[in-house]
Design a protein around this ligand. Structure first.
Ligand SMILES: Cc1cc2nc3c(=O)[nH]c(=O)nc-3n(C[C@H](O)[C@H](O)[C@H](O)COP(=O)(O)OP(=O)(O)OC[C@H]3O[C@@H](n4cnc5c(N)ncnc54)[C@H](O)[C@@H]3O)c2cc1C
Length: 440
């Protein structure tokens, strides 16, 4: 019997997960990868650490020996998919080729989004930068001899970049239209992050949309409603848009968040999409949830590949679980923030605690701020944690949210305990108790 040809377009988190899933299910499967990169894989999440100098940017590139896996690689960019002819149109350096497929999984990722700021496009790559590729790290590193940097955007990447630049002895100002970690954490938790940044000499200008950038001699004026800030260079860390031009060229349905897929991550029968290029949805209410994270992309790549291989896999949606580290401060969250939950129609009850992680009799101790969110019936909606052990606890809540658990059900869960690590009655449960009291 003739082998079916599976094409994976885009070898990032989702594409790699799809590839290894297919090969796990059937090592002999005929797989073709289409991707424009010289190397097989790039790890974008490591870019802030390459800028900081903690890791070498060249180490963020990886070759995974596709030929040994019996996988053919075609260097090029998918332009469109002809569903009727089962063909993919691929642009290469000087030519265009047509690749036939039986099944295609499109995992073309993201592209950096620039904010609506006058002149920003004029100075891009010459004083104004985004951070989404290894080439960007190289460009920014050439600017590190300057005195002051401005980062536009106080999301996780903006803060990681600000910290990296601070470590290079630059004065750093972060300018943000909303609050720190907008939409991801509540303002009371954001305040803790603000305090941490300020104490590490990172200036934060919040609730101040940047309106224009002007070049004056060799410096840049970054103009907000009330003030003009000057810097040697500017980094725009203002989010990502789906990279799904192929869907538009192919007349597939798209939204501003990406190509529309069903619960099996199918655009149409035989055509799948996964990762940052799709419009994802929340595991809580199944409505669109514009999360662009490597974690979700990886899981989606697995589901799309499993379904393409004949398993009945379903993607339940994302909880948007993330962790970031700003200096030594760990910040993690899952689910909705209070504002996002309310905007989606939930009545929100919260329980919050700030406590030492280990029993108080430990003189060497760390602090954790933890907040849990549920609806009036106790169904978990989200959690936010700042401090030591934040991610470990948020991962538990992420699992609980995925399985639709309530605060009561979560409280029956047993967590590992030893006084050198945690309390016997963990901070998570104490926050749940506070939320329960408010429910009464
Ligand atoms: C600086 C930075 C830090 C980040 N930190 C984190 C983090 O700490 N945690 C986290 O969860 N997420 C993080 N992210 C987000 C994460 O990197 C993305 O969510 C994730 O890479 C998305 O995976 P993907 O497979 O959808 O896309 P990508 O990883 O972007 O892969 C897309 C691939 O498609 C290829 N491609 C593009 N267009 C085409 C085309 N037309 N045809 C063929 N191939 C194409 C590209 O070359 C690329 O290899 C970070 C992102 C950045 C930029």
């Amino acid at each position: 019997m003739e082998q079916k040809k599976i094409v994976i377009a885009g070898l990032g988190s989702a594409g790699y997960a799809a590839l290894v899933t297919i090969k796990r299910i059937n090592p002999k499967a005929q797989v073709v990868v289409i991707d424009p990169k010289d190397c097989d894989i790039v790890h974008p999440c490591g870019l802030p650490y390459a800028l900081e100098g903690t890791v070498n940017e060249q180490d963020l590139q990886q070759d995974i020996l596709l030929s040994r896996m019996n996988v053919e690689k075609i260097k090029g960019i998918v332009h469109s998919v002809d569903a009727a002819k089962k063909e993919i149109l691929v642009h290469q350096d000087t030519t265009t080729v047509t690749i036939p497929y039986d099944t295609v999984i499109l995992c073309t990722g993201y592209k950096p989004m620039l904010p609506p700021v006058n002149n920003i496009e004029r100075y891009i790559h010459s004083g104004v930068y985004t951070l989404s590729s290894i080439a960007d790290v190289g460009r920014i590193k050439k600017e590190l001899k300057g005195k002051r940097a401005i980062v536009i955007g106080a999301g996780a990447i903006g803060l990681e970049v600000a910290h990296a630049l601070k470590n290079s002895s630059l004065a750093v100002t972060v300018i943000e239209a909303k609050d720190v970690l907008p939409n991801a954490v509540d303002s009371d938790m954001a305040q803790l992050v603000t305090q941490h940044c300020v104490s590490h000499d990172i200036e934060l200008v919040l609730h101040s949309p940047v309106m224009a950038i002007e070049k004056r001699d060799s410096e840049f004026d970054v103009i907000t409603q009330n003030t003009t800030y000057t810097a040697s260079f500017v980094i725009a860390a203002t989010g990502f848009a789906p990279n799904c031009d192929w869907a538009v060229h192919s007349s597939f349905e798209t939204s501003r968040w990406g190509v529309i897929v069903n619960e099996h991550l199918q655009v149409q029968p035989g055509i799948y999409a996964a990762g940052d290029c799709i419009q994802s949805w929340s595991v809580i209410d199944k409505k669109p949830f514009p999360v662009k994270l490597a974690t979700s992309a990886y899981k989606q790549g697995i589901v799309a590949a499993e379904h393409a291989m004949g398993m009945g896999s379903v993607y339940k949606g994302t909880a948007g679980t993330f962790v970031t580290k700003v200096g030594d401060l760990e910040i993690a969250a899952t689910g909705f923030s209070t504002q996002v939950a309310q905007e989606r129609g939930f009545s929100v009850i919260t329980g919050k605690i700030s406590a030492t992680v280990k029993p108080e009799y430990f003189t060497e101790n760390e602090r954790l701020n933890f907040k849990i969110l549920c609806d009036t019936k106790g169904k978990l909606l989200g959690a936010q944690a700042i401090g030591t052990g934040a991610a470990a606890r948020i991962n538990i809540i992420s699992l609980a949210i995925e399985y639709g658990l309530t605060v009561d059900e979560l409280m029956r869960f047993e967590m590992a305990y030893c006084p050198a690590v945690s309390e016997v009655h963990d901070i998570v449960f104490k926050a749940c108790e506070f939320a329960k009291r408010r429910m009464k």
